[in-house]
Ligand binder design. Structure first.
Ligand code: SF4
Length: 446
């Protein structure tokens, strides 16, 4: 049973020293009971209390890692139902499924293409996380050959899929030092699969279509000494996947129900159709999957999933930022125009990409607006004439440019008067409201 806030409080030092960031030990205890802080935030808990608090301090959803040669994909350790309550921590790993009935050359070609795929989104490199190798042939030799073929084309973590312990053993051969997901254990094979997972120190996928059955199987596996579990509640359509995943997340977080406190694995590819797969995968990203296995790979279908995942797993309280400074676009000369924007990543890349794509040279002054977009920063008092003038001086703009002309974003035209006062002798121009209109503005007005 999880401890209440009062029970936790009794085990804390009760000195109200505030080092944990809370005014009292009781406030900290309440947060700990709600899983919103970590016990390690209080440096003064005695060893005896730590043991007693272990259950309350343990994450409600276990952190599970799949590891291979230099790669690691983690899922779990989430503490909230909704991102705005705090943040989501470990984005779900996206794995491409390979069947052992495919020809080895085809496997290598598919895996190699997916492995190499990398795309830059607002300064962050996005890619898929690994491959799931499924035994469809029922032949241990073919499964083992398929795993080897995947390994020749990629070193990323693997999910091995077979319900037959002998076939699984064959797949695991030659994977020394790696910790793939062994998927999986059901009511018939769980003992043998649990032994394999224990031997290999690998995570075990547990499969059951009812939550009661799933909880029973995870309990049996942990009793046998396998703690790193990934659960498959079986929902494959929109409604049942959403229902199961939400129930599991709620039970884990709100009821501290340990037998279901594990990352969930989802198989949107089981829908068969590539379009449906994308939509189910998007739902799985939004609603609580820890690992997602897809069957179709193309940049057009994977890119939106990677971007969605990145956005949902970005801390809403910490916007993605770029470094403030003076950026050069298309090799500008001193006389080329100077544009101004904020250091919110999406704003920066919107402006920079439009100008870069136009081929027109320009200087882009990125001011420190604490990672906010133009209008938000202006409304919050983080993007004003004083800050822009300060950035002009801080980044020695006058030494590098000679036009003495600044282009303000159209949304903050209201700043032009104040900026004239802050930068006497400079010509303040009001640019377009949208980045997409910058190239034509630069051609026609500057
Ligand atoms: S750091 Fe520990 S002792 Fe200090 S106020 Fe927080 S909970 Fe209490």
């Amino acid at each position: 049973m999880a401890l209440t806030g009062i029970q936790i409080y009794k085990l804390l030092p009760q000195t109200n020293c505030k080092e944990c960031g809370f005014p009292t030990c009781l406030a900290f205890a309440m947060k700990l009971a709600a899983k919103q802080v970590e016990l390690a935030d209080c440096p003064y808990v005695s060893e005896e209390s730590k043991t007693q608090l272990a259950e309350s301090a343990a994450p409600p959803i276990r952190l599970v890692a799949l590891k291979s040669n230099g790669y690691e994909t983690k899922a779990g350790n989430e503490v909230v139902l909704f991102r705005h309550e705090k943040t989501f921590y470990h984005m779900p790993g996206i794995f491409l499924r390979i069947l052992d009935t495919e020809a080895e050359e085809d496997i290598q070609a598919r895996v190699s293409a997916a492995d190499k795929y990398q795309v830059n989104y607002v300064g962050i490199d996005l890619s898929i996380d690994g491959f799931a190798v499924a035994s469809v042939s029922g032949d241990a030799g073919k499964f083992s050959a398929a795993v080897s073929a995947v390994r020749q084309a990629s070193q990323k973590p693997l999910v091995l899929m077979s319900r037959d312990p002998e076939i699984m053993k064959a797949g695991l051969e030659g994977m020394d030092g790696e910790h793939p997901l062994i998927y999986g254990a059901d009511t018939n094979n769980w003992e043998a699969m649990t032994e394999l997972a224990k031997e290999r120190k690998s995570a075990l996928g547990v499969i059951e279509t009812t939550l009661e059955g799933l909880a029973d199987l995870t309990k049996k596996s942990t009793d046998k000494g396998v703690e790193d579990l990934v659960i498959d509640p079986g929902g494959r359509d929109f409604s049942s996947a959403l229902t199961h995943n939400t129930q599991i997340r709620r039970l884990s977080l709100k009821k501290n129900f340990r037998p279901l406190g594990y990352p969930i694995i989802s198989f949107p590819g089981d829908a068969g159709d590539a379009g449906l797969e994308s939509m189910l995968a998007a739902q799985a990203i939004s609603k609580y999957a820890g690992f997602i296995v897809i069957d179709h790979f193309s940049p057009a279908s994977v890119y939106p999933l990677l971007v969605l995942r990145q956005n949902i797993y970005t801390d809403p309280q910490k916007p993605i930022q770029v470094q403030p400074g003076l950026y050069e676009i298309n090799d500008p000369k001193p006389e080329d125009p100077l544009l101004v924007t904020t250091n919110f990543s999406i704003t920066y890349f919107s402006v920079a990409n439009e100008v870069e794509g136009s081929g027109l040279p320009a200087w882009l002054l990125v001011t420190d607006a604490e990672g906010m977009s133009v209008l938000t920063a202006w409304a919050a008092g983080k993007f004003d004439a004083e800050r822009i003038a300060k950035a002009v001086k801080e980044f020695n703009v006058a030494d590098k440019t000679s036009s003495k002309q600044v282009v303000l974003p159209g949304h903050v035209a209201v700043l032009s008067g104040e900026l004239e006062e802050e930068l006497p002798g400079w010509d303040i121009k009001v640019g377009p409201r949208e980045a997409v209109d910058l190239p034509s503005f630069m051609k026609q007005v500057l």
